[in-house]
Design a protein around this ligand. Structure first.
Ligand SMILES: Nc1ncnc2c1ncn2[C@@H]1O[C@H](COP(=O)(O)OP(=O)(O)OP(=O)(O)O)[C@@H](O)[C@H]1O
Length: 610
């Protein structure tokens, strides 16, 4: 369900105990409750990694025994082989256990995060969603939460082995021969010495340019694909194509420069850490020590076997770094969502008396701080239809969105039945207020369920009655599975049809307050008729506020409220306002001229408001 859909009463799953109240966790904060499990993962991995050295050390020891003069003791050799095999088995068991716990932990953390996100998303102002695409929110709950997987399930194991194994190996090698140990470390030292070359300002700048070029190409691809229909229709396909090609060319230039400079350093690092180079260094150093009589030949064996593992931490840091950065960015986006201030719910909800709506000195500004509603005083009496008119950007949508509490006013108050909306429970609010806005999104669910969203236990006959009134019944019968057709899977509806489903939903919800944004985007005659018929069939006691784009709707309204630049500039019955010959009269005339020219649906000439 999106911000711009109809939001009647519906049951919310109970949030987890800390839902919405706890401060947003960082990575460490998130893992704190699982400290023991995390410690077990690391400890098991550590012991497993050390045990994994046993087979290598066994090979070294067997080599020593076999190479030493005199007959070998078979009992000793078998004992060493058995110890090596046991070490391997222990390593397998412990790493399997560590990985198992790590994955369970990962599942727990992801579940907790998704629960907290769901709980928070259920409490943020509905208006918050309208500034974000559903894709953006879905990415945080889906992809970003999944991005913590490598950090929790793999990184501890990989990092622990990458550091513990070389560390234990180093201690052992130092004990065998400290001089050859230092020689064996030469490749690692060379690779580490190259790291600062990647961090010089010129390289960092290139990295930034690379990221920016990637961003530009992504943006222009999205623009090109999303806007293709429009640019084609207006003959601008070539121009749009040129923008896209230019971004792609730019990217190639930056990429070539980046690769040229970075690839040299990267290749040199790879060479320094490669097994042949490490073995070469060990062999040269070992040969020099052995020929000078400074070392026994058998002592070369552990360096050949363990020396290769010493480069692992540098390589692991390189690989793990990207994953870690991605996980950090994902966690920061998750944190942003968890930190959105929830819409406060009253501890003891009040009960409205009736359904008179009143706005008292309401001021509102979006996040940018610019005031878009300035001191609105407005009363909507039960049994009346109030039409809101005004130029584009005057604040009409913002004003109507305050009634279903998409946002709270910055100052002033919106009252329903004498009670400030902030004192009403959200369940009560949506039992009283329903709305149909222009950008209707339907749920991927049967049409019948979409209509009965507010009244899940409504009988089929009631659903059909609402659909008939909204002028969508016949169209539903044409769908592959009638009322059971799953929208989005079995069939797609046009914008106008979706809006009529939303009207049916509002009629079935049968709330005493109805807020409508009259269709302009999808204004097909059937939808217009449906909305008008729906308005006409409403019982006389309803409070209706409609953003009126069509002059017929304005003419039928009891009261017209004209907004300009966030303030009410005129109000009264349509006839009064026309007689006053002020702003509304000018607005009316301009619409009539446009209507006569066929660009707006306006009443026929001579069709004056009552
Ligand atoms: N989510 C938002 N964040 C910041 N500013 C916004 C947001 N939505 C609307 N505005 C600004 O608030 C002002 C009023 O917009 P609003 O959509 O309420 O006007 P409107 O009268 O309904 O316009 P229209 O008839 O074109 O739909 C405009 O200046 C608009 O740019």
């Amino acid at each position: 369900m999106t911000a711009t859909d109809l939001a009647p009463a519906r049951e919310q799953p109970a949030p987890p105990p800390d839902a919405g109240t706890g401060s947003a966790p960082g990575m460490t904060g998130l893992l704190r409750p699982y400290g023991w499990a995390f410690a077990a993962v690391v400890l098991l991995q550590m012991v497993g990694a050390v045990a994994g050295l046993a087979p290598l050390l066994a090979v070294v020891e067997v080599g020593r025994v076999l190479l030493s003069p005199g007959p070998a003791d078979p009992g000793h050799v078998w004992a060493v082989v058995t110890a090596g095999a046991a070490g391997l088995l222990v390593r397998l068991l412990l790493t399997a256990a560590s990985s198992g716990i790590g994955h369970v932990l990962d599942g727990e953390v992801q579940l907790t995060l998704r629960r907290r996100l769901a709980a928070r998303l259920g409490r943020v102002p509905i208006g918050w969603f309208s500034r974000r695409g559903s894709g953006e929110v879905a990415k945080v709950v889906g992809e970003d939460v999944s991005a913590v997987h490598p950090f929790i399930a793999h990184a501890p194991g990989e990092l622990v082995s990458a550091f513990v194994v070389p560390l234990v190996s180093l201690v052992y090698l130092f004990a065998v021969d400290w001089r050859l140990t230092l020689i064996t470390l030469i490749p690692v030292a060379l690779a580490v010495a190259m790291v600062p070359l990647m961090m010089v300002p010129a390289r960092l700048r290139e990295q930034e340019e690379f990221d920016a070029a990637m961003g530009r190409i992504a943006d222009s691809t999205v623009e090109f694909v999303q806007g293709i229909a429009v640019v084609k229709a207006f003959g601008g396909a070539e121009r749009a194509h040129r923008t896209f090609i230019r971004a792609a060319d730019d990217f190639v230039d930056v990429f070539v420069r980046w690769v040229r400079n970075m690839s040299l350093i990267a290749a040199a690092m790879q060479l320094a850490l490669s097994p042949p180079f490490v073995l070469l260094v060990v062999l040269i150093g070992g040969a020099a020590l052995i020929t000078s009589g400074g070392m026994a030949p058998a002592d070369l064996l552990p360096f050949l076997l363990l020396g290769l593992g010493l480069t692992a931490p540098v390589a692991a840091l390189g690989h793990g770094f990207d994953d870690l950065q991605a996980a950090r960015r994902a966690v920061s986006r998750i944190k942003d969502v968890l930190e959105v201030p929830p819409l406060p719910e009253p501890a003891e909800p009040a009960s409205p008396r009736g359904h008179r709506v009143e706005l008292r000195d309401v001021r509102f500004a979006y996040d940018d701080g610019r005031e878009v509603l300035r001191g609105i005083d407005l009363v909507l009496e039960p049994g009346t239809v109030t039409a809101l008119v005004g130029p584009s950007g005057s604040g009409k949508s913002t004003l109507v969105q305050l009634l279903p509490r998409f946002f709270d006013p910055v100052s002033g108050s919106v009252l329903l039945g004498g009670v400030d909306l902030r004192e009403l429970g959200s369940g009560e609010l949506y039992r009283m207020v329903s709305f149909v806005f222009q950008d209707v999104r339907l749920l991927r669910a049967p049409v019948a369920d979409n209509i009965a969203l507010a009244v899940p236990h409504a009988g089929h006959d009631e659903v059909v009655r609402a659909a008939r009134l909204a002028g969508i019944h016949d169209r539903i019968l044409e769908l592959p599975r009638g009322y059971d057709t799953v929208i989005g899977d079995d069939a797609r509806l046009s914008g106008g049809e979706a809006q009529r489903v939303a009207v049916a939903r509002a009629l079935l919800a049968d709330t005493p307050v109805l807020v409508l944004d009259e269709a302009t985007a999808f204004a097909d005659p059937q939808t217009e008729q449906a909305v008008r018929r729906a308005l006409a069939t409403l019982d006389g006691d309803r409070t209706v506020l409609v953003i009126a784009h069509r002059l017929e709707t304005v003419a039928d309204a009891d009261t017209v409220v004209m907004l300009e630049n966030g303030s009410i500039v005129e109000r009264g019955s349509p006839a009064e306002l026309l007689a006053r010959n002020g702003r509304f009269a000018a607005f009316w005339r301009s619409r009539r001229i446009a209507g006569a020219a066929g660009t707006h649906g306006g009443p026929a000439q001579g069709d004056e408001p009552r």
